[in-house]
Design a protein around this ligand. Sequence first.
Ligand code: ZN
Length: 431
Amino acid sequence: MEELLRLTDTARYGDWTAGSGVGGSEGDAVAIRGGARHLSSVLPAISAAIGHPTPTRVHPDPKALQSALGLPDARSAIVVLVDGLGYWNLAMRLGHAPYLRALMRDAANQRPISTCAPSTTVAAMATFGTGTCPGMTGMAGYTQLEPSSGRLMQLIQFKDALAPKPAGPGGRFAVQPVDPIVDPHDLQREPTVFERLAAEGVPVTSSGLAKFKGSPLTEAALRGGTYVSGVTPRDRVRAAARAVREPGLAYLYIRDADKVGHNHGWDSEQWIGTFERIDAQLATLRREAPKGTLIVIVADHGMVMSDEHERIDIAVEPELARGVRLVGGEPRALMLYAEPDENPEDIAARWRERLGEKALVRTKREAIADGLFGPVDARVAPMLGDVIVQAAGQVTLVDSRTQSDKATRLPSVHGSQTMLEMDIPCLIDMA
Ligand SMILES: [Zn+2]
């Protein structure tokens, strides 16, 4: 566990396979994470497997990705994204999951691939959906700066993260539609793999919860094709299986491992129960998918348990709060925006001094030079924090001035660069 909680090398982007010498010189170096073995490769690789290779700005060679990930050619494919089901979370609970256990006996499935940094849903969904990277999608954290207004924006609903909760009938639990402060299509300008396949005449179907149809996050990261839904998880599984009776691509989203992990901890009984149900749903998918359908199961990130003794609150640490105008990101992956007259190097120095081994602190310039966000477009750079902080071990860095008490005490969290968070499954099955 100690090993899994240590910060790993930054994952890089490209078509190469580490250590194989394939795809360019970068692949020859040792211990490089990412390349073809990355979440951004999955949809381009699948597009090649179904005969419609779709290159992206990060991945010019989908065929190379298909062979690196070991995907067989198929007339149809179903790609499943299980939110929050990291490779090690899965591997440590395999006893509860007969279908996944059988899949993991295949040596080809016994190697994780890497998600993006930060290892969080909004960044990973856009990386997955476009086959690119946060530096291109402009989706780089749970919250980030919206440069034209100077506001902090939450990227699930694209709303002002610091706006007071609307009062009125129903109080804080009232369900009120929130107008996005930025058009999702304007923030996330990369074409999605779904919309490009659909434009080529390939039937593309997304199966997920009804409430995510047309949501800002869906529109930004996974737009294109036809959205189908169903009341129960099994309805949604069946809808995905049905969709590929005609040759094409279906995408199935499964939410609950993440949700239950945040609420109860990924080490809880509740999580195990959820994991068992997800395994049964995946087994149903395998049974009901038309023969010859390629099935690929991935996740957007894993999860670590937090530790209340390792919870650091910026609100009561003047040396951390000093010179910081906005705290973006999330408790495992912070993006600090400096006051106008503050030098980010000074903020970084104070944070390094205070946190030591508890976090990796980089200025924006250092993080970009390390390739943390992949290649960064000029329009995206101003959205990124002036200082980027990634928590090690079980540390969380919260801000009780702006975050709810519950949000600062989640039993399991993600966003940083440990193996538990970064390593995700890429399990391959053939119906
Ligand atoms: Zn997630």
